[in-house]
Design a protein around this ligand. Structure first.
Ligand code: ADP
Ligand code: ZN
Length: 607
């Protein structure tokens, strides 16, 4: 089979997505290949398709048991012979799987990195016909990355021991330059072809909200979206407990996940979520890596995370099926304090001496700053994130809270002059609160102590509310007029535009949301699906069938058919095998297994 036939036969798709084909061709040309694609872009197909075209076995190295299980489950559903070798197997199961592998039963084998250099595995690998080694989550080799795994260093050791070096491909969603270079160097990729696909996920909408009552916001949102599956991320275990308990008391089918739960409970809760028994998950960031659930319709961050990388990764777990999905970040000033505290307390890496630790902290504070700006900016949120990853976006995406909210322009010339002058006069020694209290003319004992009540700008902006002044401060910080020093107690300094502004002046306008936007959180009750209005009754019937089959097969419903595939069935309304096979996501094998049962429902329905 060629690559198109493989795509159609096993996956039921007609076309490759952006970037997939280039990566596949590169691998099939025998070139080492590094693919960097955002979560949900479809990395798996990039190594699975060539694996099924080539002669020989493909070893996929993957860091997480759950990830392997899910991938192998999906492949088996599609009729591909695949297996995994990791510590979840008993010794007997492991030997049996290796035996099958020796007999050439599997085209794709997922292996945990620490298995690679064990004697049994090496003996097998040296004799086997290995066509490709594919490293999933390749950023785990890099100490710069967030998920460094020492066992990933064994990969090269392993490859070096093979008689013939197979083609090596590597994939990750982490794009920073250091990590990229590390991957190439540490995995010893040979003249790798590198492909970075666009980081944009255009089916995701981004929102930042600053509700007075976060819980009320979440509770309302969840109730407005009763049939949907979503993740609510909290910064601490304690808030996971609180939020999940309250939702549960309100009758929501919710579960929770954090590092403080027993292994058993975590496994159970994860399954409840994946199988849609409890479609709402409240979790810390310990949850998610290796979760491929494709029908997650929203990801709400109850607290601001520590950096844009984490945010994009976590938010990116929404909408993997390509359906419209919402990513909402609930911001409060408390989140900043909490994150700063976590950075200062960070003892994660015992090996670092004081100086190195300071470098790491400085970097973390710098990243946190960018995350805070994300919550502050009045410009397009998508554009902001894309720029962060070094990509040029459009200044208007039309699908984020900033693009969708109406703004008015406020003249901040006077306020800017006062604030910049105040900062200059006190020789850039104080933090945001002191500066703002000074221009506001607050009766704060500290001001006297620092002699800020003597500053020429004291009380000049007394007509402004502190909240408004904060907004202006954020604007100036974000637009280069001011800067925050990167230290434990950040102080306000003049930015690159300050000198020119103080000298030459100039009118400055700041975008502020129109006041009426202040009312209750705008929770949109969207139609469930992007395709033209589909028939809910039929969709429900198909969904019931899917649940039934999933139970029989003991796999998550989305491995039987994705929501998107069911939606597509509702609009194609196939009555024959051939027309069923035109539905996106219905491949030959799945048709043979389940196709008839769905066809019958559709035929009965259409009459
Ligand atoms: P990643 O590993 O990059 O996060 P996955 O490989 O899990 O993403 O793919 C995400 C989803 O996109 C899966 O449901 C997959 O079936 C789907 N997908 C991938 N490639 C295609 C394609 N060419 N056409 C349609 N759907 C695709
Ligand atoms: Zn936008």
């Amino acid at each position: 089979m060629d690559k198109y036939e493989v795509l159609k036969h096993y996956y039921g798709y007609d076309t490759f997505r952006e970037g997939q084909e280039m990566l596949i061709d590169s691998i099939l040309d025998g070139q080492d290949t590094l693919g960097i694609m955002p979560t949900g872009a479809g990395k798996s197909i990039c190594y699975q398709v060539p694996a099924l075209v080539m002669n020989g076995i493909t070893l996929v190295i993957s860091p997480l048991i759950s990830l392997m299980k899910d991938q192998v489950g999906a492949l088996n559903q599609a009729g591909v012979h695949a297996a995994y070798l990791n510590s979840s197997l008993s010794y007997n199961q492991y030997c049996l799987a290796l035996n099958y592998a020796r007999q050439g039963r599997y085209q794709i084998i997922y292996v945990a990195p620490e298995r690679l250099t064990t004697e049994e595995f090496l003996t097998f690998a040296k004799e086997a016909n290995i066509a490709m080694i594919s490293v999933d989550e390749a950023h785990c080799v890099s100490q710069w990355g967030q998920d460094f795994r020492p066992s990933y260093l064994k990969i090269v050791e392993f490859i070096d021991q093979l008689a013939v070096r197979p083609v090596v491909s590597a994939f990750t969603a982490t794009a920073t330059k250091e990590v990229q270079e590390d991957i190439v160097q540490i995995l010893k990729l040979r003249k790798p072809r590198l492909l970075i696909t666009g980081f944009d996920r255009n089916n995701l909408s981004y929102q930042v909200a600053k509700p007075a009552d976060k819980y009320a916001y979440v509770s309302q949102y969840v109730k407005n979206n009763p049939d949907k599956s979503g993740i609510i991320y909290c910064l601490t275990r304690k808030s996971v407990e609180e939020v999940s308990n309250r939702l549960q008391r309100e009758g929501v089918a919710v579960t929770r996940y954090h590092a403080g739960l027993s292994d058993d409970e975590r496994r159970q809760n994860q399954d409840d979520f994946i199988y849609d028994t409890k479609p709402v998950m409240v979790a810390t960031n310990a949850f998610g890596m290796g979760i491929d659930k494709s029908n997650v319709s929203y990801v709400i961050h109850y607290n601001m995370p520590k950096n844009i990388e984490s945010y994009y990764q976590e938010a990116g777990r929404a909408g993997r099926d390509g359906e419209p999905a919402e990513c909402i970040l609930l911001y409060s000033g408390q989140d900043v304090i909490m994150n700063q505290f976590l950075i200062d307390q960070n003892r994660e890496n015992e090996a670092l001496d004081f100086e190195a630790l300071e470098v790491v902290r400085k970097r973390d504070r710098e990243r946190l700053k960018k995350m805070i700006y994300y919550c502050m900016t009045t410009d397009c949120l998508r554009e902001y994130v894309l720029q962060y990853f070094g990509e040029q976006g459009e200044p208007y995406c039309g699908n984020c809270s900033n693009c969708l909210v109406e703004f008015e322009k406020m003249d901040i010339t006077k306020a800017t002059t006062a604030i910049l002058t105040c900062v200059q006069e006190c020789r850039e020694r104080y933090g945001i609160t002191i500066i703002l209290d000074t221009v506001h003319g607050s009766k704060n004992a500290k001001l006297k102590q620092y002699r800020m009540d003597q500053n020429t700008q004291f009380g000049i902006l007394e007509d402004y509310t502190i909240a408004k002044l904060r907004q202006i401060m954020d604007y100036l910080l974000h637009h280069g007029y001011l800067e925050l020093s990167v230290s434990q107690y950040p102080v306000v300094q003049l930015g690159e535009l300050a000198e020119d502004y103080l000298e030459n002046g100039g009118m400055l306008l700041m975008k502020v949301p129109l006041e009426q936007e202040k009312k209750t959180p705008k929770v949109t009750k969207k139609k469930a699906h992007s395709e033209k209005a589909i028939d809910d009754t039929l969709f429900e019937q198909l969904r019931e069938m899917r649940t039934k089959i999933a139970k029989e097969e003991k796999v998550p419903p989305y491995l039987v058919f994705a929501d998107k595939t069911l939606v597509n069935m509702c609009s194609v309304l196939p009555k024959t095998k051939d027309s069923m096979l035109t539905v996106s996501g219905v491949g030959e094998v799945k048709y043979e297994r389940y196709g008839e049962r769905f066809l019958e429902i559709i035929k009965a329905y259409v009459g």
